[in-house]
Write a protein that binds this ligand. Structure first.
Ligand SMILES: Cc1ncc(C[n+]2csc(CCOP(=O)(O)OP(=O)(O)O)c2C)c(N)n1
Ligand code: SF4
Ligand SMILES: [Mg+2]
Length: 302
């Protein structure tokens, strides 16, 4: 797609514009699913006509947090679990920016979980990509909030006794207005979903399954995947909250049994984003003007 340059002329965007001149080669391990997120973003951004200078990518800490080092957009590598508050502040300061926040499952569903819930609830207009590899990758393989029950790691050598978080369901109940799951092993779907999420007006959450072949040897569980929109076995209305909730529940239930369901789960185009709501003129609180007059009169002794 074309975009406009600084003096308003239309121009074509080249995918290579997003590749930085310094440190262009990712340091992720060979076979890491994080490459899939980078690739799909680099494909989706020009497709929806967002230039590097119109885009901000805020990341948390983790292997996933390196994403903005490999993208020549504006970037903010924040502290652990804090990509969303920084992204919110940037969007509030400059509504014209295309804001993308990204981080890992530990970053976004663990330490940053509170920010996730409230950014979704307030429907801030941004895209949030969670690299879900079901492990703490950067710190060498500890159990994360999405590790399946019984998963063995250095921190839980006997297998974790905890049930994993339900990211899609949590997103829906919190208030996100676009919710999808995709996987690094499904690049075409990933690119389409990321593009839709960027174009969505409101909080768009993409749970992106990214295998970690170094620390999570169960990585192959993400293949084969089933696209719920493509498969005849699944028929639900993505605009219906109840049907979406049921489909999410099933998706989360079967993941750790080896059935990987991906696709769009919920889209709400009706609810205004936080940014849209802020543009509406607000009614003046009743009685405020009267009280101000009263205070002034008292001061001058009337
Ligand atoms: C406040 C704080 N606590 C702990 C850490 C150590 N730490 C760095 S990355 C990380 C977990 C990363 O896991 P995840 O978010 O899933 O990202 P991944 O590396 O798997 O992409 C932890 C615990 C930190 N940097 N800051
Ligand atoms: S440790 Fe895992 S998540 Fe991190 S770069 Fe290597 S494969 Fe990717
Ligand atoms: Mg992780």
């Amino acid at each position: 797609m074309s975009a406009f340059n600084a003096i308003g002329d239309e121009r074509e965007i080249d995918r290579e514009e997003y590749t930085p001149g310094v440190e262009p080669q990712p340091t992720w391990c060979p076979g890491c699913g994080d490459f899939g997120v980078l690739k799909s973003l680099k494909q989706a951004l020009p497709e929806v006509g967002r230039t590097p200078e119109e885009t901000l990518v805020c990341t948390g800490i983790g292997c996933s947090g390196k994403l903005n080092s490999y993208l020549d957009t504006y970037g903010f590598h924040t502290i652990h679990g804090r990509s969303l508050p920084v992204a919110r502040a940037a969007k509030l300061a400059n509504d014209g920016l295309e804001v993308i926040a990204a981080g890992g499952d530990g970053d976004g569903y663990g330490i940053g979980g509170n920010h996730f819930i409230h950014t979704a609830r307030e429907n801030h207009d941004m895209t949030y990509i969670v690299f879900n590899n079901e492990i703490f990758g950067l710190t060498k393989g500890q159990t994360s909030p999405t590790s399946p029950k019984g998963h063995k790691s250095k921190t839980q050598p006997g297998g974790t006794a905890k049930t994993p978080i339900r990211p899609l369901s949590m997103s829906l109940t919190s208030g996100a207005t676009y919710i999808a799951r995709t996987a690094a092993v499904n690049p075409n779907q990933a690119k389409e979903i990321i593009a839709e999420a960027i174009e969505h007006d409101g909080f768009a959450h993409v749970d992106f399954l990214t295998q970690c072949p170094t620390w999570n040897k169960d990585a192959r569980q993400y293949v084969p995947y089933i696209d719920v929109q493509e498969s005849d076995d699944y028929d639900f209305d993505i605009t219906d909250r109840g049907e979406a909730a049921q489909m999410m529940q099933e998706t989360e239930d079967v993941l750790n049994e080896g059935t990987v369901l991906t696709g769009r789960y919920y889209v709400d185009e009706e609810s205004p984003s936080y940014q849209e709501e802020k543009k509406e003129p607000r009614p003046r609180p009743a009685g405020t003007a009267g009280r101000a007059v009263l205070r002034r009169r008292r001061r001058v002794g009337t």
